[in-house]
Ligand binder design. Structure first.
Ligand code: ADP
Ligand code: ZN
Length: 721
């Protein structure tokens, strides 16, 4: 008999430990099984299996409880390796999340332990049978002879469906189903496709290869050729037989980027959220089977089961998409640190607008700092601030000011392209009653509704709920409602009015929902089928269009409006990234920023394209307020559909906080979201380890007594919604 230890799915943090079962046969570690838990059949992950000589009753007497038998073994092979399991345990401790949630976050849907009916696709294959006793026609025999064992049935059918059916009928072939298997291709590196590095790239590249250090910070302005350095580094590690992972932010994995990597390597995988469950599953298995040498992927690819990782690159390291916003709220960058450390792999963090934390560590020498100071074309775009306050007073329009209109028409005359950023989708973000002044709000969230003109509807951009545009004010029944402000749709309309003959494409969440729409817009813009690409922050990152020589930012202040501790940094990043799209090739670029706050240090830093100026200013404010990176936050958010229950839970939690040795802010009521009332308690301290350690105990105690409201724990939150 074997004693099996297994983590059960859906177990809360309070019961986050393995439970014991028994089975007659050995079960491989890290495979899934079905067990009875709390009188329900539940999937569990095996983490221990030990043969015992004693009788079951004897063991039960020792344990003090009855052992249940494993109901079913699901996998024949482990679904994660030892490294991943250890990493999940570390992740659980550092993100204050249940271990099983950390294991599941690593896995593609079909391998998760919260199994549902979705299963990987099975394909039909054939085997040839003995035909000595069969009576086949010559045509049938001919086809039969051209078949092979383990051939895809669909391939054989292509030869002739009727003969295929006849062969099946007569028993000449039999069919079976299994998961698709790949012919693994061997790695080919296309050396002739690599650009020759310029001297500053060469220096950085050599330095990273030759240095003894493990963690590097590559600070390189936009267009300085960082991507080319990554690809050269990747080549070296691949040639040494090592695996390579290049992490990119979600929206930076553009068709252009994919093309650039494909040109140079095969035996390569792209892993991102646009893949279907089947595709993600297949890519995961290929990595698990060692069939893939290089992956370019978004956040969750940091969990792929590599066996011999030599190099991890985190492109645009500052990007917020590396942080997951639901449990477990992990940070892919920290996971990358863990993995590179445990694999003795080199880690390169890179950005044109480094995160304050990473850049500070680089300055201190904790990471080796490498710099690309110049653009490949040695030509920075010229940035100009347009003071909207002054312009509007002079009679300019506030969406397209006079100087912006001039600059646009100049580009159009020269047949060059413009990129226009407006970080707000829809037609107008506010709809108000003219009489009582009330603003239309989402019923489930405390947020204003955005008017979408195409559908003549109102949408909540938080929960996605759709409303028919009411004919009268819901509050006072008055008949006239007015829209305020503008989103991408309205900006597009206004631009058409100004330049009727100009070809405009719009890129935002609404215009890219159809599969392939995103690629099509970018391709068409790249092929000069449009003069203007107008869009939300989707267009600010990663794009490289040689003919785009003007970047305009319509409402640059919107990003600064947030009261969040991190708002200035996020605004700076967005503006710098957007500015970086201009003039990337031979033609000189220009950037126009419309702002009501031209003297704000964020605007001044962008004007001079001076990260260090921004860094020093921002660090000064952070230090005054003792905000990260001078300290760490941990945020606990309680949410519940029932307001009273949410408050009760908050009070329970608060009573447990009394004995903590570090600061907590006064609890804050947050916006209601998705019909849930929310309260946040925020903790702050210099020592993250101490906070996490003490909060672990506190959260467990809380969860042991409180099962109603849900609790979201976020260690080092990027913003405090
Ligand atoms: P970054 O990633 O720093 O924004 P990229 O790697 O995208 O910069 O490079 C910017 C542009 O310069 C791209 O169009 C790229 O093809 C080109 N480029 C990069 N390195 C070289 C090089 N060594 N020689 C010629 N062109 C290069
Ligand atoms: Zn809503």
């Amino acid at each position: 008999m074997y004693i099996i230890e297994a983590y059960v799915t859906n177990a809360a943090l309070a019961v986050d430990k393995p439970f014991s079962y028994y089975y007659d046969e050995e079960i491989a570690l890290y495979t899934r099984i079905k067990v009875n838990f709390n009188n329900r059949s539940n999937v569990a992950l095996v983490v221990g299996c030990k043969e015992v000589e004693k009788e079951k009753e004897e063991i039960e007497a020792e344990l003090g409880f009855k052992l249940l038998k494993v109901q079913e073994v699901i996998d024949t092979k482990p679904i994660i390796n030892q490294e991943l399991f250890d990493m999940a345990s570390w992740l659980a401790k550092t993100t204050l999340s249940p271990l099983i949630s950390c294991i599941n976050v690593m896995l593609p849907k079909y391998l998760k332990t919260d199994l549902n009916d979705d299963k990987p696709k099975l394909l039909e294959y054939l085997n040839k049978n003995d035909i000595s006793n069969l009576n086949l026609t010559s045509k049938q025999l001919e086809i039969y002879n051209s078949l092979n064992d383990d051939m895809l049935a669909s391939e054989a059918r292509k030869l002739s469906t009727s003969i295929f059916n006849a062969l099946k009928e007569k028993g000449a072939i039999s069919l079976y189903k299994k998961e698709s298997s790949y012919q693994s291709e061997s790695l080919i590196i296309k050396d002739d496709q690599f650009l020759t590095l310029n001297s500053q790239q060469e220096n950085v590249y050599k330095h990273i290869l030759e240095s003894e250090k493990e963690i590097f910070y590559l600070y390189g302005i936009t267009g300085s050729g960082k991507t080319e350095v990554y690809l050269h580094l990747a080549r070296d590690f691949l040639k040494k037989g090592k695996q390579v992972l290049i992490l990119v932010p979600e929206i930076a994995l553009t068709p252009q980027m994919i093309e650039r990597v494909k040109q140079r390597f095969n035996s390569l995988a792209f892993y991102h959220s646009q893949l279907s469950n089947q595709e993600r599953y297949e890519q995961y298995k290929r990595v698990l089977n060692g069939e893939i040498s290089i992956v370019v992927g978004t956040r969750s690819s940091i969990f792929l089961p590599f066996s011999d990782l030599g190099l991890i690159i985190v492109d645009e390291e500052h990007d917020s998409s590396y942080k997951q916003d639901n449990t477990p709220c992990y940070d892919a960058k920290k996971v990358a640190m863990y993995r590179s450390n445990h694999n003795k792999a080199k880690l390169v963090l890179a950005s044109a607008t480094p995160s304050l934390d990473a850049y500070t560590r680089a300055l201190k020498g904790e990471y080796e700092l490498c710099t690309l100071e110049k653009r490949v074309n040695d030509c920075l775009p010229e940035v100009k601030l347009i003071n909207l306050d002054q312009e509007v007073r002079k009679g300019s329009d506030y969406i397209y000011s006079d100087p912006l209109k001039e600059a646009l028409s100049e580009r159009f005359n020269k047949h060059e392209q413009a990129i226009i950023l407006l970080n707000r989708r829809g037609y107008a973000p506010i709809v108000k009653c003219n009489k009582c002044g009330s603003t239309l709000m989402c019923k489930d969230c405390d947020l204003t509704l955005t008017y979408h003109k195409d559908e003549n509807s109102l949408k909540c951009h938080q929960c996605g709920r759709n409303y028919v545009l009411p004919e009268t004010c819901p509050n006072c029944k008055n008949k006239s409602l007015t829209t305020y402000g503008y989103g991408t749709k309205r900006a597009q309309e206004e631009l058409i009015k100004l330049f009727p003959e100009v070809r405009i494409c719009r890129m935002d969440y609404d215009s890219t929902r159809k599969k392939g729409a995103y690629e099509k817009i970018l391709n068409d813009f790249g092929n000069n089928k449009y003069d203007v690409l107008l869009g939300t922050q989707m267009i600010a990152k990663g794009l490289d269009f040689p003919n785009a020589t003007l970047v305009a930012i319509l409402n640059a202040d919107s990003a600064l409006m947030h009261l969040d501790y991190n708002a200035s940094k996020l605004a700076f990043d967005l503006l710098m990234q957007a500015a970086g799209r201009s003039g990337r090739s031979e033609k000189k670029g220009e950037v126009l920023i419309q702002t009501y706050n031209p003297n704000h240090y964020v605007m001044q830093a962008v004007l001079n394209q001076d990260y260090k100026y921004f860094y020093n200013k921002e660090m000064h404010y952070r230090s005054e307020a003792n905000y990260p990176p001078y300290s760490h936050f941990v945020s606990l958010i309680i949410s519940d559909e029932n307001e009273k229950r949410a408050l009760d839970s908050l009070n329970t939690l608060l009573s447990l906080c009394k004995n903590l040795s570090f600061n907590s802010y006064r609890p804050l009521k947050l916006n209601r979201l998705n019909n849930r009332y929310r309260y946040r308690i925020l903790f702050k301290d210099k020592s993250l380890a101490k906070m996490v350690n003490d909060l672990w105990a506190l959260i467990n105690e809380y969860l042991a007594n409180n099962k109603n409201s849900s609790l979201k724990v976020d260690v080092d939150p990027l913003y405090l919604e």
